[in-house]
Design a protein around this ligand. Sequence first.
Ligand SMILES: [Zn+2]
Length: 297
Amino acid sequence: MNFRRTLTALAAVSFLCGSLSAQTAAKTFSGASALNFTAKAVAFGMRPSGSAANTKQRAWIHSELASFGCEVSTDSFTAQTPDGPVAMENIIAKFPGKSGRAIAITGHFDTKKMAGFLGANDGGSSTGTLLELARVLAGRPRVDDLYIVFFDGEEAVRDWTATDSVYGSRHLAKKWTADGTNRKLKALINVDMTGDKDLDIVDEYSSAASLRNLVWDNADALGYASIFLRQPSAVEDDHLPFLEAGVRALDLIDFNYGPNNAYWHTPQDTMDKLGAHSFEVIGNVLMRVIPQLEAEK
Ligand SMILES: [Zn+2]
């Protein structure tokens, strides 16, 4: 992700997550469980796109989703990067609804290509949050289709530019425009770097205003007003290709990671900087917002 302003942005298949019994007691989003998934992701080591660790991590994400009863599709492509072609793959779990409309919750699983960089918060926390969300939502009846999307290639291979960044979301945004999925989306919410113990969420101002209001009102109602900041600022992230494709999209990101953001894109982005409560805050907000989005016409 990058602090900046402008930008622009590919493939998937679908399935059935969660047609288990509606009588199954609804599971609660657990911050401890999300943190545990994050630790497992980080245990793969440095996981930049195209690396062996990235491939191993993808296989693990697939196996976790399968264990929840999700069937999963992939969106594979070759990204043209400043370092040459890199094979990338987005992972998409679909929880089918009946309305013909859809909601997407997204985040990235790749880590910045940088010596000693483990990306506990940046890459790890989004992976852990999305897996916990999939675990909790599996088996619940849905109004709208719900997509949980794990993006590859969020990070710049070298320095962040419009063409060296957000490879996975640019690819899927194009594909979903072509196959009509973007037209069905009521909302797309991206999570990134939201595991910081000292959580403060940026009011990202290029995000859709109505979605910012909905999410911030819910955060306030849950008692998280001190965490969801009210000073708007711009962050470039995986939501942008969808905004540019006309999707009502929002980025939830903490861009104040350590003193003067000292843990961001440094070897200090490690598990000890994360807290289960922060995961729970984001999980509680998402679990409250999703049904409200479903209730929208
Ligand atoms: Zn990053």
